[in-house]
Design a protein around this ligand. Structure first.
Ligand code: NAG
Length: 406
């Protein structure tokens, strides 16, 4: 009566499939199965896999283990507790796990009358475990690959990056704006370097075209001779100043006007900064540019709207300079031939602090530079001198030593 009820429940109920994951070479796995067998006489417990033939994995009868129809795959690898039928613990111990052990295991009981009940279905997944040294090797190879790719990307970054940044300090003699292309360029291509609104350098019909470039860049630029062959279109800019801070584009046109290459380079040149103490004999505001400047060039040093120094028609023009700077400024006599436009300012005071701008202007050439001058006031300087004189004085001991208990 009871048996019939239990079997009826089985027929209508649905079995839950448990999934166990193990690895090849694991010592053993316990496939759990519980059933109140003690309420029945003469039961048979069968562990089986329906996908195998013969399907029996392990069989337990009242008399003991019965392995006559056991599948060869499980020979000597299965066991159950000897008192399983009394306790109802029908757990299967499967040892020395193999990849082929993957499958759905059914734990079923059979009554002497031939009725059968499935108690548990358990899906076992036996995986090939990746050895740890192989994992380490794989990780290492991936790392090496990443480093190699990273290095190559860095080495050939000019080819891939459309935007490139260059930052330099004021006073650097030359700067290279990189532009490289892997594209094979036709020998009649035109290369144009531009900043936001001016032509910086033009290479056309196999040679540089200085008459096409802006006065600001004339005699300051250079590109490689065989640039179309090598694909290295980088521009060398001489005597860069803060006035060159801009975004530059490097463009290559075919003879039909098609754009073959278009890259951008951001150049930032830090403004020149000078710190000097009030009371100094003089301060030199540096500005060096290309030598052999045209004889008709005008040079002006100014601050805000005050004229600091004016040089036109080959000589200084003191009558044009602001009263405040009268007799305090000096420029080299050969400034146009040497290209050294530096200004000497005598006896700088706090009031001289500010941004000095130098402009050289001729019909064919234009140059500009800013120098930020900071003159530390006398009061600050005096404090410092008093401090140092106190400390260095040998006649009276320093306050620190006097206060020290002996
Ligand atoms: C399962 O069987 C193996 C081999 O006989 C044995 O070493 C292990 O202790 C058994 N596990 C349990 C929980 O009985």
């Amino acid at each position: 009566m009871r048996t019939a009820l239990v079997f009826a429940m089985f027929l209508h109920g649905s079995l839950q499939v448990l999934t166990e994951v193990k690895y090849v070479g694991d010592q053993f796995i316990l496939l759990p199965c519980n059933f109140h067998t003690f309420e029945f006489d003469d039961l048979t417990v069968v562990w089986s896999r329906s996908d195998l033939s013969p399907s029996t994995v392990h069989k337990l009868v009242t008399k003991g283990t019965e392995l006559t129809d056991q599948n060869q795959l499980y020979k000597g690898r299965t066991s159950m507790e000897t008192d399983a039928l009394e306790t109802g613990e029908l757990t299967l111990n499967l040892t020395n796990l193999q990849w082929a052990d993957s499958g759905i295991y059914t734990c079923a009981i059979r009554s002497s009358k031939g009725e059968e009940r499935r108690v548990t279905d358990i899906e076992l997944l036996v995986k090939e475990q990746f050895p740890s040294w192989a994992t380490a090797l794989l990780l290492f190879l991936v790392l090496v690959l990443l480093v190699v790719v990273g290095c190559l990307a860095y080495r050939f970054r000019h080819y891939f990056m459309s935007d490139y940044q260059v930052e330099i300090d004021s006073g650097v003699e030359t700067v290279v704006l990189p532009c490289k292309t892997p594209v094979v360029l036709p020998q009649d291509a035109t290369v144009k370097w531009k900043d936001r609104y001016r032509k910086v350098h033009v290479f056309k019909n196999g040679s540089d075209q200085p008459q096409e470039q802006d006065r600001f860049f004339r005699t300051r630029t250079k590109v490689n001779e065989d640039l179309l062959k090598t694909g290295d279109l980088s521009l060398t800019l001489k005597y860069p100043t803060d006035g060159d801070t801009s975004t530059y584009t490097c463009t290559v046109y075919s003879s039909d006007g098609d754009v073959l290459v278009n890259k951008r380079v951001k150049l930032s040149v830090k403004a020149c900064q000078l710190d000097v103490d009030e009371g100094a004999e003089s301060v030199l505001l540096p500005f060096r540019t290309t030598p052999e400047l045209p004889g008709n060039s005008d040079v002006e040093w100014s601050i805000l709207n005050k004229m600091v120094h004016v040089y036109t028609k080959g000589s200084d023009q003191p009558e044009e300079q602001d009263q405040f700077y009268r007799n305090r400024t000096k420029m080299n006599e050969d400034l146009l031939t040497s290209g050294d436009l530096s200004l000497t300012l005598r006896q700088p005071t706090e009031g001289d602090s500010g941004d000095y701008k130098c402009i050289l202007n001729s019909r064919s050439i234009w140059r500009v530079k800013t120098v930020r001058l900071t003159v530390k006031g006398r009061s600050q300087v005096q404090d410092q001198t008093e401090d140092t004189s106190n400390r260095s004085s040998s006649t009276d001991p320093t306050p620190l030593m006097a206060d020290q208990p002996v």
